[in-house]
Design a protein around this ligand. Structure first.
Ligand SMILES: Cc1cc2nc3c(=O)[nH]c(=O)nc-3n(C[C@H](O)[C@H](O)[C@H](O)COP(=O)(O)O)c2cc1C
Length: 250
């Protein structure tokens, strides 16, 4: 165990931040530089990060993300974007026809993976400074509006926000799936009964977690939560939206 692993294992999303306590420029810079230090597929660096300092924009993003109060009230709000815009420019600079490659599903995946790796580095950096974080996928409720607000060009897809700040309320840690359930060796072990047994075991842990956290008010298991969520289709406009931004999924 070392301090970095302790920080990682201590993660929990923070949804309440100290009021009027913004991050310093130095903290913002360290967080972004930590994001940039992440590995990046073929050195492509296919992401951008937009910090939201404009109060009205922040309020509007909070509205678009289902009125989550911590999107508005935090120390700093970052939006992580998949970004192949600069690569289209590189095509022009270098006189190369790059569009067919840029407009592929593979490059879209590369940009998503790059942005996620950068984001999680930013999160670890922030948490190591004693700050709290919450990812905000809610910005994908209405990406057309977010794009207008942030003026992102074609080939740039805002993926999620991260609210960062000084924690005002520390939440409990959510237990994860059992190690054996997510870790396989050499081959994917596909054993339905074993999977069901492990999920039931995990359900008991999660049920206890919710019971304790809500003084017995919430009676929920992980599989029931997932079943209810996955029964509904969400944000089904996404494929069309992405293709409309010239990230064609060929
Ligand atoms: C990409 C992404 C999007 C998320 N979006 C939201 C969100 O919009 N609102 C929210 O309250 N939490 C959001 N979360 C946080 C998850 O709900 C949280 O990580 C999960 O429940 C596990 O809890 P923990 O982070 O406290 O361990 C998001 C997490 C990720 C990775």
């Amino acid at each position: 165990m070392n301090q970095i692993i302790e920080t990682i294992l201590n993660h929990r999303s923070i949804r309440s931040f100290e009021k009027d306590r913004p991050l310093s420029q130095e903290q913002i810079q360290t967080i972004v530089e930590s994001a940039q230090a992440a590995s990046t597929s073929s050195f492509i660096q296919a992401y951008s990060i937009i910090g939201i300092t404009d109060k009205e924009k922040k309020t509007r993003i909070a509205e678009l993300a289902n009125n989550q109060s911590y999107v508005e009230n935090n120390g700093h709000f970052f939006v992580f974007c998949a970004d192949l815009h600069r690569h289209a420019l590189i095509g022009k600079m270098e006189g190369k026809e790059v569009e067919p490659s840029i407009e592929s599903t593979e490059k879209f995946m590369v940009a998503l993976i790059d942005a996620a790796l950068a984001a999680q580095n930013a999160v670890i950096a922030a948490e190591s400074m004693g700050l709290g974080i919450c990812y905000i996928g809610g910005i994908r409720n209405n990406l057309e509006e977010v794009v207008k607000l942030l003026k992102t060009p074609d080939r740039v897809i805002p993926l999620f926000g991260i609210a960062i700040g000084y924690p005002a309320k520390i939440s409990g840690q959510k237990p994860r799936l059992p190690f054996n359930h997510v870790y396989h060796e050499n081959v994917y072990e596909e054993n339905e009964q074993k999977y069901i047994d492990e999920l039931q075991e995990y359900n008991e842990i999660i049920q206890k977690y919710y019971e304790e956290r809500t003084a017995g008010k919430r009676n929920d298991t992980w599989t029931s939560q997932m079943g209810t969520m996955l029964e509904k289709q969400s944000r089904m406009y996404m494929k069309e939206f992405i293709e409309g931004k010239k990230m064609n999924l060929r």
